[in-house]
Design a protein around this ligand. Structure first.
Ligand code: ADP
Ligand code: MG
Length: 425
């Protein structure tokens, strides 16, 4: 039948679409498919099962559709593939998956778009059979055969045998492809986990060494700081200027070593805190209270712009306070000697799934060249000894532990840090 005759009939005839559930038991032996070359069937089944899974399910389906189209040159062959989301654990794949339609018509191969009606791929043909793709009943993927030959309606026809066999092979091919995709994802997760563990082990041993060093250093350093203070007071404001200057330098240097050892321990020490629902606004207020001294030193004005009805996040309170203490301290260090401004704002994402906190200052800002490096351990631009270069890498570690993200931006006349936390559902 010519294409135009087919189109004429298309408008006048109602076509029944049926879905035939099949199982291995109901498969008719292929020996009865007399008019289909055995070599074709072999090629079809073997290729679908042995096709490298790295090709992915789209390749499996394309191959099946093209091969069947070649076996039945007068038929339309198609498939509706419902691709599951990356994680295969969701029970209702159909609701979340993305649908792709493939068609092979006698004129050639055609691949159709996404999200079209999968119930009739071939409205131009009188008869269309729709077979569930085996091994994957939940996904809703289907194989379609369409023809003008009424024999197609007959379950005993050789074409139906082949179609069922093809659906079985497609199902296996899909199963393999999906298995491969999942294994690839698992392997990637495993590699990431492995490198995290190596890093954690390194940090744990660094933490032990650091804790030992800090313990040894703490007492003598505290004595140095205290005695320097005592000597400074004893000299009084009218003391020998040279001696006063030297004493001040001793005090500052000892303070610097104390800060460094404290940061090193904070960087490396594994935390024993467990996640609980935490109000970020409370965390921020506590961090601001901790930073009262350094904020006052820089004459910083603090502006809060908190969103209403913000849900808690699942987190470790102490660690989160540390995040904001580090950010506020950095902001103060960058601010002008007086007239500093610190803006802390929060907002809930449109879907309510994430919480954004923005920390912005009017300091000297971060140069474009430094921007990619600031979260790296030991990166500091502070030449006056106030920096250890560990603050932001501690922040980044803590954010990672919370499944949260942080990024730094250049703001108008200052720096901006954007923190994105998953809201607790
Ligand atoms: N608010 C900010 N404004 C300007 N530069 C900043 C700010 N926060 C961080 N930085 C830059 O990032 C670097 C790394 O910060 P950090 O890891 O906390 O180390 P440290 O404060 O000890 O130098 C700082 O030395 C500074 O150059
Ligand atoms: Mg810092």
């Amino acid at each position: 039948m010519s294409r135009s005759a087919r189109s004429d009939r298309e408008s006048s005839e109602r076509v029944t679409v049926s879905s035939v559930p099949i199982s291995r038991e109901t498969l008719v032996p292929l020996t009865s498919a007399v008019d289909v070359e055995a070599a074709w069937l072999d090629r079809l089944v073997v290729a679908a099962c042995e096709m490298p899974v790295s090709e992915g399910q789209t390749a499996v389906i394309e191959f099946m559709v093209r091969s069947l189209g070649e076996i039945f040159p007068d038929c339309g062959v198609g498939a509706c593939l419902v691709e599951p989301p990356a994680s295969l654990s969701t029970p209702d794949l159909r609701a979340l998956g993305e649908q792709q339609l493939f068609k092979y018509v006698p004129e050639g191969e055609e691949r159709r778009g996404v999200g079209m009606d999968p119930t009739r791929l071939f409205p131009g043909y009188a008869y269309e059979r729709v077979l569930d793709v085996l091994d994957d009943p939940a996904s809703g993927s289907t194989l379609h055969l369409a023809s003008d030959d009424p024999q197609l309606e007959d379950d005993e026809s050789p074409m139906m045998h082949v179609a069922r066999r093809a659906a079985l092979a497609t199902g296996r091919g899909l199963g393999l492809a999906r298995g491969h995709a999942k294994a690839t994802l698992d392997a990637r997760d495993l590699r990431a986990l492995n490198s995290h563990m190596v890093q954690a082990e390194k940090l744990a041993s660094l933490g032990q060494i650091a804790a030992g060093v800090v313990h040894e250093l703490n007492n003598p350093l505290t004595s140095i700081v205290a005695y320097t203070d005592w000597l400074l007071r004893k000299q009084g404001p009218n003391g020998d200027p040279d001696s006063l200057e030297r004493l001040r330098r001793i005090g500052e240097s000892a303070g610097r070593i104390l800060r460094f050892t404290r940061d090193l321990v904070a960087y490396a020490r594994p935390s024993s805190e467990v996640p609980v629902p935490v109000s970020l606004h409370t965390v921020i207020e506590q961090a601001l209270a901790f930073c009262e001294h350094v904020l006052a030193q820089h004459g910083a004005e603090v502006q809060r712009d908190f969103a209403e009805g913000v849900p808690p996040v699942l987190g470790m309170h102490e660690q989160l306070v540390q995040v904001f203490v580090n950010l506020f301290t950095n902001a103060c260090h960058a601010m002008p000697a007086d007239g500093g401004r610190l803006l802390v704002s929060s907002q809930l994402s449109a879907q309510g799934s994430h919480l954004h906190v923005i920390v912005e200052d009017n300091g000297h800002g971060i140069s474009l060249e430094h921007l990619p490096q600031i979260f790296a351990p030991f990166f500091t631009t502070k030449v006056d000894g106030r920096g250890t270069g560990l603050g932001l890498s501690i922040v980044k570690n803590i954010m990672d532990n919370h499944g949260a993200e942080i990024r730094a931006e250049r703001a108008d006349g200052g720096a901006r840090f954007v923190l994105v936390f998953p809201a607790r559902s």
